[in-house]
Write a protein that binds this ligand. Structure first.
Ligand SMILES: Cc1ncc(COP(=O)(O)O)c(C=O)c1O
Length: 486
């Protein structure tokens, strides 16, 4: 495996630069010459790598040179049959993978708490999802994953289904038993597609979960920019087995990705694979120790509860050690805690009503974890004297996921056929939503187009809004008014 020490695409770019090439091709900045002095000083080294499909640098959409070699090394490293580099994040991969397996009117079994890119893929395909309710973690209220038993049941109810789509791990690192889910899907002869955007570092170290591909998934999409070292938007997709039409998948990847994919991003995916090979184990060991230290610091804290890989939980079968979910038991909301930490210069991945999520990565240092531990301890002490009010239960997930299965009968793009109107959110109870309501992050729709507003949902969105949550998918981003079907 010594070739794993190579980074063919990155090396090809360096080789090209050695020629001191004159550029008569795009991009127009010509290795940064078009930038002003200050911006050039900032961007210069990256702009030299910002090349295009010229001799020696290959073509993502028809790879025969260093991109092909880099993708093959990635597939070998992951243990997949084929790996595709993605320059539009996991988003582009999810859109392509969904439409590879289904078309208009096809039934697809989908875990309901999926990222919007999965839902967008279904809308574009014209598919009919059967949503599966995720299990709710009783200790935090977070929607986790689905289990093999639920998939088996879904297969019996919907034998016409074309694929199973799950998200594992979720944003908070909670994962499902993919082996069992895969067995249920394959028993019915259909593929398992896994949105593994948050699990690019899985399958390398025994203290971390196995990867979706290792557990038999047919397609797995991972954001190497999230848990690897790629630049933002760098991701990859892994494929194996006979259930996937690779020709169609490759065509869809050309549909959803630019015909001028970024070389700095692609080379950073190549470097991410080399990093995982050479330093992945050490990074994950270091990360595990840092995360452990963090969890131990708050083991008996009365204000915070941190889900831990060591604890048994029926809502998920694994948890990513590097995702530090701080569940706040009382006094503060997640948004308030996030703001307090921000004032101390610490920027968190996300906040919701009762959580703040800190994500560790290859670049995290031990001193930084110590600072976070210190700051949280100070805030916990202060909170003790301010207010003893218990946080209300996190109603969101319990009201969202009442039904085990929820089959969608109307087309997902129903707004194309029906009239719409805007109305005040406070009066929306009972009306059918004409837009997706997506708190961002995490980007998981809490109301889909075609679903009915209930008093609890209105209340939940009002609470999120009041706490400063941002929303995607909506026409009025202040959410004073929402779009409903007439
Ligand atoms: C579960 C999940 N899937 C997919 C995505 C999309 O990934 P990307 O930002 O790489 O496009 C995200 C983004 O946060 C996500 O949380």
């Amino acid at each position: 495996l010594s070739r794993q020490h190579r980074a063919p695409l990155y090396e090809a770019l360096l080789q090209h630069l050695k020629k001191k090439p004159l550029s008569f091709h795009v991009p127009g900045h010509k290795m940064g010459e078009g930038f002003d002095i200050q911006a050039h000083a900032c961007y210069s080294s990256i702009l030299r790598l910002d090349q295009t499909e010229i001799e020696g640098l290959d073509d993502l959409h028809s790879p025969h040179g260093p991109i092909d070699q880099a993708q093959r090394l990635a597939a070998e490293f992951i243990g997949a049959e084929k790996t595709y580099f993605l320059v539009n994040g996991s988003t582009g991969g999810n859109l392509a993978m969904i439409q590879t397996v289904c078309g208009r009117g096809d039934v697809v079994i989908v875990q309901r708490n999926a990222h919007k890119s999965i839902i967008h893929g279904l809308i574009l395909a014209g598919a009919r999802p059967v949503y599966l309710a995720p299990r709710i973690d009783p200790e935090t209220g977070i929607a986790a994953g689905v289990d093999g038993f639920t998939i088996e049941k879904a297969m019996r109810h919907y034998p016409e289904a074309k694929a199973v789509v799950v998200t594992s791990p979720n944003y908070y690192g909670m994962g499902s038993d993919l082996k069992k889910i895969q067995a249920a899907a394959h028993h019915a002869g259909i593929p398992l597609l896994v949105d593994e955007a948050h699990g690019a570092h899985y399958g390398i170290h025994a203290k971390y979960p196995r990867s979706a591909i290792q557990q038999g998934a047919d397609i797995a999409v991972q954001s190497t920019h999230k848990m690897g070292i790629s630049m933002t938007m760098g991701a990859w997709m892994h494929v194996q087995g006979q259930l996937i039409d690779k020709e169609r998948l490759e065509w869809l990847l050309t549909v959803y990705q630019s015909s001028s994919p970024s070389y700095p991003i692609m080379a950073s995916i190549d470097l991410s694979r080399r990093f995982f090979y050479e330093q992945g184990y050490a990074f994950l060991q270091r990360g595990w120790e840092m995360a452990n230290r963090f969890r131990q610091a708050f083991q008996a804290d009365e204000h915070y509860y941190i889900p831990s890989p060591e604890r048994e939980n029926h809502a998920y079968t694994s948890i990513d050690p590097l995702k530090l979910t701080i569940h706040i038991r009382k006094s503060l909301t997640g948004f308030m805690l996030k703001k307090h930490l921000q004032e101390k210069g610490m920027y968190m991945e996300l906040a919701d009503l009762h959580h703040v999520l800190a994500v560790l990565g290859p670049g995290t240092k031990k001193e930084e974890i110590d600072l976070l531990i210190h700051q949280l301890a100070v805030l916990s002490k202060e909170a003790k004297h301010s207010c003893e009010k218990e946080n209300p239960r996190f109603i969101a997930n319990n009201i969202l996921y009442k039904e085990t299965f929820q089959a969608v009968h109307e087309p997902l793009d129903i707004t194309r056929y029906k009239g719409k109107e805007r109305m005040p959110l406070k009066q929306a109870n009972g009306r059918i939503s004409g837009e997706m309501i997506i708190p961002y992050p995490p980007g998981i729709p809490i109301l889909h187009v075609g679903e009915r507003w209930t008093p609890e949902l209105v209340e939940q969105v009002l609470q999120l809004k009041e706490q400063g949550a941002r929303f995607h998918g909506v026409a009025d981003s202040t959410l004073e008014k929402v779009t409903v079907l007439t």
